[in-house]
Every structure is written in structure tokens, then in C-alpha cells.
Design a protein around this ligand. Structure first.
Ligand SMILES: [Zn+2]
Length: 390
């Protein structure tokens, strides 16, 4: 049995405890969490750290299979440029290069205190790693196709990938993004999702042209995907933003994660609340910086169930949830440290349904992270803040 303490314990779902003590067994199971105001502590038995201790991080959005593209794609290309670059580069790498990049990326996540991942997969290249991994995974088999004529083929391909996964309870077939899935494909995904009570993860409002796509039927993404031609000029603009135009087509959704939300407005959040009560939001701040050079308006999400993702190494410099939190803190210092930790731990575990993870509570085994170099006068992260998995 071990007893550890720090300046503050952040349990993930409850307020921080000053000089709190975490008691856990050899398997990492939490035996107790003690507050020195309420319980007398024998400090000789306790290892004391400087900084804060929080649960292991939950990375709700990654594309592990794209790890081989680290440093290969130019920054600030905007989303349609980024997608174009991936398409032109992806055939240039051997299976061995891809395998090695996945191994290194997983190692990086573990060192950065990540314990679980919501990972997007288009193919099966990561499945062997995941089956043996120290990390807990939920794999979202992603399908896309804006041409209605290819809907069945696209779905069949994703279903074959899904069928080859080793644990169907931890896999879903999920749409890529609001703009890249035809109505025919939506119907096929929806039937599968209802039958399997699937978690859903969708890229949402990552670029400004995504709203123009639905509102006006034009813009960079509309043109890039040749939507006019694919739909025989039958595309009917909705006059509304991407989120409400798209998600309303789904019926009986289970927990649904909206990823990025860079161009999401207050009205979109209000719409989401009216539409369903199982919506979660995911921010990938450094990927937004890398691709679009723009950040979401975090202030409108303070009361929402937000989570944090790293996105892939194709559009990020690291796979570190703490690095993402630092970027949020720098852009909006009014988001409290308690809120940031909840986004990075508890909310992600709730979305993914990992009941033993996400909070320091009796009986759970959340993994424990020490964050050092935190400004504890103002409860702010800074550029020197760093994480160690204990
Ligand atoms: Zn993504």
C-alpha cells in the first residue's frame, strides 16, 4: 500500500483537496482519499510531492494510425489543404514505418500520463498494438463518402474493418465529419449504431467553410469535395450551421462526441441541448493551431461536458493532454484548473464508458499523474508545467 500527497489533489470530479493524501494498492486501486482537515495524517508514511496530483488523462480523440505523418504536413494549410496533403502523402510509407511510428506514439502517450484513448481508425493497422496495449482503447471505425452512389461500398468496407476488431464492445462505426457523409451513408451508419448501441464521434465545425457548406452550399470544402457534381446540383442548403444541419439526421444516438468545435457558436450549443442530452464536446487545441491557426471560443463551453483530444501526430507536435491544456489556459485563463482537469479526466472517461478511470475515488484504478511547475498562487498552468505518470 502506498500513500502519496501533493500541494493539491485534484480528484477529477470534485473540488481540489489541499495537502490531500491518496492511498492505493500495488495494482493502483484507490483505497482511500484523505483530507487533512478531516483526518489526522501520519506524515511519516506519506511521500510528498510538489505540485498537483490528478487522475490519468483520457485522450478522447486521436488517430494513432496516422503517426507516421509526424512533421510531414505543413502548418496552417486550412482543413481542405490538410486533407489534400494526407491523400497525396499516405502511399509513400512502408508497413514497417507505420508500425514503428505507432509504437513510438503509444509510448509517448503513456509517458505523458494518458491511460485511455478514443481512437479513430480507417483501417486495421493499429489493432495488434491495441490488443496488447497498457492503454485502454475505444476504436471508432471511421467511414466517409460524400457521393451517395458509393454509400453501400464505403459502409461495407468499414463493417469489414469493424468485424476484424478484437473487442466489439470497444468499437463503433462512426461518421467522419458533418460534410463528408452522404444522406444514404448516414442511414447505414445510424442503423448499425442503433443495433449496437454505439458510441459516436464526429469531427464538427473544424473549419469555417463547413458552416458555409450547409448554410449556403458553397465555400472551400464544398468546392474541394465537388459536392455540386456528386449531387447533380441537387444539394439543398439548409440556411443553418453545420451541426444542426447534420446531426438532426441521426436517430436514437448513444453518447456522441463532437470533435474540434472551432467554429461552434452559442446557438449551436443551445441546439445540441434541445436535440439530445448525451452530447459531449472534444477540444484539440494544438491541432486547431496547426491546421487552422484558430482556437474555439472556450468561454461558451464552461458549463458543457467537454473533453480533450490530441488528434494525430499528422497535425500536432506531441501526444500530450497537458500540452493541450496549456494551450487552452494560454488562450482563455478564465477556464479554471479544476475545470481543465475535469475535461482531461472525468468527462472523457464518462463519454467512453471507462468506469474505473477518470477520477480518484475509492475502488477505481484511474492511474495517477503528478503535474509540477503549476502556478499555485493563481491556479494556472504555464509553459513550464510538466507531467509524470506516478
Ligand atoms: Zn481527427
Amino acid at each position: 500500500m502506498k500513500k502519496i500527497s501533493a500541494d493539491y489533489i485534484y480528484p477529477g470530479n470534485t473540488p481540489p483537496i489541499k495537502n490531500g493524501v491518496v492511498v492505493y494498492d500495488a495494482n493502483g486501486k484507490i483505497i482511500d482519499i484523505l483530507n487533512p482537515i478531516e483526518t489526522e495524517i501520519n506524515w511519516h508514511e506519506v511521500v510528498k510531492y510538489e505540485g498537483i496530483i490528478c487522475p490519468g488523462f483520457i485522450n478522447t480523440h486521436c488517430h494513432l494510425e496516422l503517426s507516421y505523418l509526424k512533421g510531414k504536413i505543413a502548418e496552417q494549410t486550412k482543413l481542405h489543404g490538410f486533407v489534400k496533403d494526407i491523400i497525396s502523402l499516405r502511399e509513400n510509407f512502408s508497413d514497417e514505418e507505420r508500425f514503428n511510428a505507432i509504437t513510438l506514439a503509444e509510448q509517448e502517450m503513456i509517458e505523458n500520463g494518458i491511460v485511455a484513448v478514443g481512437d479513430i481508425s480507417n483501417g486495421s493497422s493499429t489493432f495488434k498494438h491495441k490488443e496488447k496495449s497498457l492503454l485502454s482503447y475505444h476504436t471508432f471505425i471511421e467511414v466517409f463518402g460524400s457521393d451517395p452512389k458509393i454509400a453501400q461500398d464505403a459502409f461495407n468496407h468499414s463493417q469489414a474493418v469493424y468485424n476484424s476488431y478484437f473487442d466489439h464492445k470497444r468499437a463503433s462505426i462512426t461518421p467522419h465529419a458533418t460534410y463528408s457523409v452522404s444522406d444514404n451513408l448516414v442511414q447505414l451508419i445510424n442503423v448499425h449504431a442503433i443495433d449496437n448501441n454505439s458510441l459516436i464521434s464526429i469531427h464538427n465545425q473544424e473549419t469555417a467553410s463547413e458552416n458555409a457548406f450547409f448554410k449556403e452550399g458553397n465555400g472551400a470544402m464544398f468546392d474541394f469535395l465537388n459536392i455540386a457534381e456528386k449531387t447533380n446540383n441537387q444539394f439543398i442548403p439548409t440556411g443553418k450551421n453545420a451541426l444542426s444541419s447534420f446531426l438532426g439526421k441521426y436517430k436514437e444516438l448513444n453518447n456522441t462526441l463532437l470533435v474540434h468545435n472551432t467554429f461552434t457558436e452559442k446557438e449551436d450549443i443551445e441546439w445540441a441541448h434541445k436535440y439530445a442530452d448525451n452530447i459531449f464536446w472534444c477540444f484539440c487545441p494544438n491541432a486547431n493551431q496547426y491546421i487552422e491557426g484558430q482556437q474555439p471560443d472556450y468561454s461558451i463551453f464552461k458549463k458543457e461536458r467537454c473533453t480533450i483530444g490530441t488528434d494525430s501526430l499528422a497535425s500536432n507536435w506531441s501526444l500530450s493532454i497537458l500540452d493541450e491544456l496549456k494551450t487552452i489556459s494560454k488562450n482563455d485563463p478564465t477556464i479554471s484548473l479544476t475545470t481543465l482537469i475535469k475535461w482531461a479526466t472525468y468527462n472523457g472517461a464518462q463519454f467512453l464508458g471507462f468506469e474505473k478511470l477518470g477520477s480518484i475515488e475509492k475502488g477505481k484504478s484511474p492511474g495517477l499523474n503528478l503535474i509540477e511547475n503549476v502556478d499555485l498562487d493563481n491556479f494556472l498552468l504555464n509553459q513550464k508545467s510538466c507531467v509524470t505518470a506516478l
